[in-house]
Design a protein around this ligand. Sequence first.
Ligand code: NAD
Length: 417
Amino acid sequence: MPSVSIDPFEAVKVRVEDVGRRMALGPGLIKILKRPKRELIVNFPVQMDDRTLRVFKGYRIQYNTALGPCKGGLRYLPGLSLNEVRALGALMTLKCAVVELPYGGAYGGISCNPKEMSLGELERMTRRYISEISIIIGPQEDILAPDVNTDERMMAWAMDTYSMNAGFSVPGVVTGKPPMIGGSVGRGDATARGLLYVVQQVFKDSGRDLRGSSAAVQGFGKVGSNIASLLSQEGCSVVAVSDSGGGVASDQGLDVEKLRLHKLGHGTVRDFPGGRQITKEELLATECDLLIPAALANAIHGDNAKTVGAQIVAEAANSPITPEADRLLTQQGVKVLPDILCSAGGVTVSYFEWVQDLQYYFWGLEEVRERLGEVMIKAYRRVKEVSDAEGVELRTAAYTVALRRLAEAYRLRGIFP
Ligand code: NAD
């Protein structure tokens, strides 16, 4: 079987097992942490524009609630599988624990191809899915957020659907909403900004300057495009970018704002006149200081890890590196900044949004960014301390920090009854 088809849930479970044993967590606790707490699968009909009915499959996985209410994204993807959503729920549980948010982890999604659907079809599908899972979500139970192929429009429909069924507005059931209806300022680029704060610290710690360095970004969606903009604003040259349509590169650095306009007009970065065309695989092999996978799982696998041309890989996507590729990159001396730390900026500002929604009291942009910086830098320091003290890679250190926190929560709460 080619290494790219590795099941992302297996990958997370293996890492939990390995790190859990290393920490002597005890087999009982490891067993709990390798299983989702609650799983809901819904098959539901949607009226399409041509008046035919289609039945979609949707999932909501409430992975763990030891540290607080469930929290996690919602993605729309063709062929989305139960195990993919389970993996995302497990990662979310670990991510919230690493950055010390009072949340458990969850995830959801619908197997569909949003690129082939009209806005009306997407709205009807979103609303029906939210109605179907409304029996288990809520501002105290499980809070949704945008992820791959979902954005603030869908979050607004989700919040409205839940609220219409409740009979009053419930902004706290969904984060990543437009600020007009209870969203937080600063949520749009929070994942990218959180990653930037971590990368800045890593460069600082190794006596290097981000200004004047170079980066390649895989994926030019909500996260990747914002990362490219922020890096370029910091004086880091973005020398290559790709999306599902292809890639573009320039040794002098791409004009990211012009590239964003091109993507807006053409739906892809391909054929951007300000650079040369490259393939999606060539993007990963770009010689640069920093590679940022910001697309889908398993992008870097056993067959292409050796081609990676960067010294540091900062994971913005969830599970972009398979365990085999992780080992190969380490052998090659590539430093990997793990997803559960690096991409936690989004859920951190989602937490701020939820707090603001529950209080009906909203913060300014500077306050949001300052608090995000505090959370991310503190989390990075905690992970770095464990990495230095125990002589382990940053991913193992991040899992150690997260699992310690979860283990402590179980110790304090005990096992009911
Ligand atoms: P998005 O749907 O906005 O963008 C995804 C991008 O990936 C698109 O540009 C798409 O063209 C590109 N892509 C898909 N396949 C590709 C391939 N083979 N090669 C290159 N590019 C490819 O999604 P997003 O919200 O930007 O999420 C991106 C990643 O970041 C996902 O793994 C997601 O789980 C993770 N993440 C997102 C958030 C968030 O706040 N949105 C938070 C944490 C982690």
